[in-house]
Design a protein around this ligand. Structure first.
Ligand SMILES: O=C(CO)[C@H](O)[C@H](O)COP(=O)(O)O
Length: 249
């Protein structure tokens, strides 16, 4: 029998990481809002500050779910436009390695997440203790795929050793899950990823793959709970306590 793991502490860790990120949001910032349960904690905490009149920010969300949440909380939203850059984007991740390479897209929002991350001066990842890994690849790598191309994308990913599985809808398990753009999501089981740059390049050459969930060289820092404390991780550097930074590290 599989032992039942108690994961209730993880939600508290997500809240703690989100609170640490909020300390670095400055008045007047343009902020990218991530997607997922950790990012939702950040959006709620940011919304409370905005409602209290303690912070004025403008934001763009990486998914319709995050956009709706931000709207409900009264966070002013801005549409994409030419020249728009975000001072800071705060987002979750499915896995974070010591180089701060990420797997993202467990929540299906990888395309908008990568667009906003790339349009940001600073991508700050927030995560519970389960997300920090020595090597990426335990979590299946998500792809956003154009429906027409699906059979050939599955063939191409299988040829790369990715054992692709089309994601099904949580609401209706007989239907494929769809991204906010109406595309399909495919989860690839490559196992431990040794050559992430090479894999990212290979996936980009397959017609019909709109985006993959490898985020390489995008995250500037991650706030991850480790040993009960929120730690700042930066690429290839030793972790430092988040409390020791008054501003973005
Ligand atoms: O990439 C994502 C959504 O596409 C999320 O950031 C990732 O899945 C982490 O989610 P959570 O904070 O719920 O653990």
């Amino acid at each position: 029998m599989t032992p039942i793991q108690d994961k209730s502490h993880l939600d508290q860790e997500k809240q703690d990481a989100a609170r640490a990120a909020l300390r670095w949001v400055q008045d007047g910032m343009l902020v990218g809002l991530g997607t997922g349960s950790t990012a939702a904690h950040f959006i709620r905490q940011l919304g409370a500050k905005v409602q209290a009149g303690e912070l004025r920010v403008q934001a763009t969300a990486t998914s319709l779910a995050s956009e709706n949440l931000a709207r409900q909380l009264g966070i002013p939203l801005i549409e994409p436009r030419r020249g728009l850059r975000f001072n800071l984007t705060v987002d979750g991740a499915d896995e974070v390695d010591p180089h701060l390479h990420l797997i993202k897209g467990g929540g299906g929002a990888l395309l908008r997440e990568k667009i906003i991350a790339t349009a940001s001066d600073y991508l700050l990842v927030i995560a519970d203790s389960s997300k920090a890994v020595a090597q990426l690849g335990k979590f299946p790598l998500p792809l956003e795929v154009v429906s027409f191309a699906l059979p050939w994308v599955l063939d191409a990913v299988a040829a790369l050793g990715g054992n692709p599985v089309v994601r099904m809808s949580q609401q209706d398990p007989d239907k494929h899950a769809q991204s906010d753009q109406g595309n399909l999501l495919v989860d690839c089981h490559f196992g431990a990823l040794n050559e992430v740059e090479q894999l990212a390049r290979q996936l980009k050459t397959i017609p019909g793959i709109v985006e993959h969930g490898l985020f390489l060289g995008l995250a500037r820092a991650a706030l991850v709970v480790q040993h009960g404390q929120v730690q700042v991780l930066r690429p290839d550097a030793a972790p430092q306590a988040a409390d020791s930074f008054a501003a973005l590290p």
